[in-house]
Design a protein around this ligand. Structure first.
Ligand code: ADE
Ligand code: ZN
Length: 334
């Protein structure tokens, strides 16, 4: 099964690029930029990655991002992720970035975007990996800050496909960002939002109704509202689920308790993703392997996650056809 999973063509739709910062690169960038970090080795950094909930992770994650200063740093970060994509046979990826994490430290919006885009372009030409950028607003900050961020992004409108919403969920409901999402949709961005990770099922319903999202990131708490589950099934509204993340952040006690396979079998458009792989112990293949170890599945069921991800992606119709062809070709040979 591991061989099948490794070779399976994959599509990633929920990946925070800042969450792919491996401790080794963190150290290199800290040295290069003269930034001090409170660890004396990459192993010590890894040992500190024990989280009790989302906030305990976010505190460490925002601290890690402080080493990212120059455009080249953002390029190096994104290029390292794309090389991991190639290793895991990820053919298409839609990458979140958090502009406010950087602009709040005095880093220019353009520095971040230009570094990421240069890596994505090289990924397209050298690795054949297609991609999109999604700009997330930090929900622990106020809506005015999100509006200012959106306006800074307008000159890059053609290079950023969607806006998203991440960071501390509980107490920061979708309502808080209704105005900025309306402005983003008017400007032509698509929208997604984290909801139902630590927040209640009502945040999922509200993200759909108020923020007009095309996908929900996480969404695993939808099961607390049976009517919502029926709505998600009927509309094929996708959930980008992150199994290892959910266990690391104690959304579920262990992988056996995770509900994604049940949701798949009930007909939801669920997908497997890595979220913040450098912090949660694994990239795409690792997530699939951990899931399959805890929940025996047929090859068809495992492949259905990839079919769902193609359907849920923002790739062009032409690219979706190519991705489906790769997947069917793989299954015919498997
Ligand atoms: N930012 C990075 N990872 C996140 C997650 N799992 N939930 C909310 N915000 C995040
Ligand atoms: Zn996330």
């Amino acid at each position: 099964m591991e061989t099948f999973i490794q070779a399976l063509p994959k599509i990633e739709l929920h990946l925070h690029i800042e969450g792919s910062l491996e401790p080794e690169l963190m150290f290199e960038l800290a040295r290069r930029n003269g930034v001090s970090i409170p660890f004396d080795s990459a192993a010590a950094v890894r040992a500190a990655y024990e989280f009790s909930d989302l906030q305990s992770f976010l505190d460490i994650y925002y601290q890690g991002a402080n080493v990212l200063i120059e455009e080249q740093d953002f390029f190096d970060l994104c290029w390292a992720y794309l090389l991991r994509c190639r290793q895991d046979n990820v053919l298409h990826t839609e990458i979140f970035f958090d502009p406010q994490t950087h602009t709040e430290r005095g880093i220019e919006f353009d520095t971040v975007v230009n570094g990421l885009l240069r890596a994505l372009e090289r990924g397209r030409t050298e690795l054949g990996i297609s991609s999109h950028l999604i700009m997330c607003f930090l929900r622990h900050l106020d809506e005015d800050s999100a509006v200012a961020t959106l306006r800074r992004a307008l000159p890059h409108r053609d290079k950023i496909i969607a806006v998203g919403l991440d960071s501390a969920e509980a107490g920061n409901p979708p309502q808080k960002f209704q105005r900025v999402f309306e402005e983003a949709l008017d400007a032509g961005f698509l929208s997604v939002a984290h909801a139902g990770e630590e927040g209640p099922a009502s945040y999922i319903s509200d993200a759909i109704a108020l923020l007009k999202v095309a996908r929900i990131d996480h969404g695993v708490r939808c099961v607390e509202d049976p009517e919502l589950v029926q709505q998600l099934i009927a509309a094929r509204l996708p959930l980008t689920v992150c199994p290892l993340s959910n266990v690391k952040l104690r959304v579920f006690d262990n992988m056996q308790q995770h509900n994604i396979v049940d949701l798949l079998r009930r007909g939801l458009c669920v997908t497997v993703n890595s979220d913040d792989p450098a912090y949660f112990g694994g990239y795409m293949t690792d997530n699939f392997v951990a899931l399959a170890a805890a929940h025996p599945m047929s090859e068809d069921e495992i492949a259905r996650f990839s079919f769902n991800a193609i359907e849920a992606s923002f790739a062009s119709a032409e690219r979706k056809c190519q991705l489906e062809a790769s997947l069917r070709d793989f299954l015919a040979r498997a």
